[in-house]
Ligand binder design. Sequence first.
Ligand code: NAD
Ligand code: UDP
Ligand code: UDP
Length: 316
Amino acid sequence: MPKRILITGGAGFIGSHLSRRLLDEGHEVLCVDNFFTGTRANIEDLLDHKRFELMRHDITFPLYVEVDEIFNLACPASPVHYQFDPVQTTKTSVVGSINMLGLAKRLKVPILQASTSEVYGDPHVHPQTEDYWGNVNPIGVRSCYDEGKRCAETLFFDYRRQHNLTIKVVRIFNTYGPRMHPSDGRVVSNFIVQALRGDNITIFGEGSQTRSFCYVDDLIEGFLRLMATPDEVTGPINLGNPNEFTIRELAELVLDIVGGNSKLVSRPLPKDDPKQRKPDITLARETLGWEPNVQLRQGLERTVAYFDALLSDKAS
Ligand code: NAD
Ligand code: UDP
Ligand code: UDP
């Protein structure tokens, strides 16, 4: 049955992929975005699509629309962007979630929250399971994002307990792919853009910190499977790739794919930078029959091809 689906943050990296996937499945998409980190270019080819509608709107303000389902993705995701206006970041997660939950409550429709592995902070449990409560600094530079997302989870579960809403909470681990913002400062886009330009590759700290990188198509598949589950499946549920790499290994892999003469250089490690991160995806495997299919090299090759075309376009 085709539905009318609201995606907040629909012009962002993940939102633009989700928009395409839902349109391909025959749904109508209402994309709501304030264009803080999202761009028109991300959804340019969708603007003429007869089932796609774009609305410029900041979700910290109330939103009155009619839809059958909500994916709440609005929130800057890269440290550089979420620390640019930290109060707005917290507002987006907290006030924005209240508004979107109020909307879901009035319409009696399911709502999915794009939460994050950052709710685990600098974790003492490795790999991270959903029942781990995390190790988060409440007053640091990352707190606007981490605590905002934690509070959003609280709101989702309180709306469920208090108003019996159908909620789905996904804890997304580092996800990458085409249409990441070239200057958003995240490690995958940074390394690829640096390698393509022949600039130095900036390793923060020793590069021994670890992350696990999920290709965006795999993540979107997990979103759709979770949204299709019965009411009682609420999450939180980890979605991410359980293969763990050091940041130095990632840099070497990117260089191997791109070639060129870039050198690895050290830069200071940002404050509160988590030392390790890797999802335990047992719950996603068991509940959704989901696991990632795209290996890091394959996903990086596709992402490199995207950035290569983007940078050549800009240069011409
Ligand atoms: P992104 O920055 O590309 O997308 C976020 C989108 O939200 C942008 O289009 C931005 O303009 C929009 N936005 C921000 N504040 C808004 C507001 N107040 N009102 C309306 N729109 C607003 O980031 P992304 O990687 O696509 O992330 C999407 C979601 O997934 C975010 O909620 C993020 O926290 C979460 N997430 C992403 C990752 C990842 O690795 N990419 C990891 C964990 C969680
Ligand atoms: N809200 C919204 N769209 C709606 C319904 C509600 O943006 O269709 C907002 C509204 O501004 C409200 C918030 O969601 O402040 C929370 O709504 P809820 O009904 O939970 O609480 P209340 O209206 O009592 O504040
Ligand atoms: N990082 C790096 N060089 C960069 C950008 C990031 O070494 O140019 C490191 C960063 O310190 C962190 C990891 O890569 O340890 C992932 O950073 P990102 O900002 O992508 O996401 P995070 O997982 O920290 O939210």
